[in-house]
Write a protein that binds this ligand. Sequence first.
Ligand code: INI
Length: 160
Amino acid sequence: MPSENIKIIEGDLSVRDLRVACVAARFNDFIVEPLLRGALDALGRHGVGKDGIDVVRVPGAFELPIVVRKLAASGRYDALIALGAVIRGDTPHFDYVAGECAAGLARIALDSGVPVAFGVLTTDTVEQASDRAGGKAGNKGADAALTAIEMVALLRKLAT
Ligand code: INI
């Protein structure tokens, strides 16, 4: 089937009047701070002004969902960007923190309709995390910010 006849609806990165909050975990801050810097840089490069951005800090990735839920319910934000780093240790703790964090954030987005970008690294090693926080595998905080912008654009388009 020739694809030029098919209507394709997708978001872009040129959204106006965006209001976002980055919610960043302090645990593993040597990884999360570069993720946050990457997210703020990406937002700025795509025209999101400082007055459209709030940064909220939580103790660890496990605390991200409850705070993201509160912010989603406030009606003040078009999108939320959750940032954290869960690095596997010697105990099953990793699985509980990473699993509850991911499941909680996904549920909040679905329940609230506010897009939540998942900028939470879940890695086996510090090196893998560092590679993804501005190292050789890019910056997943910046990627999450771009996802947030695109999702707002897409949801606005679908609403019209
Ligand atoms: N929190 C993280 O953000 N990353 C981790 O790797 C981590 N580990 O490995 O323990 C972690 N634990 C703390 C957790 O998020 C909560 O803050 C804590 O359990 C208190 O509720």
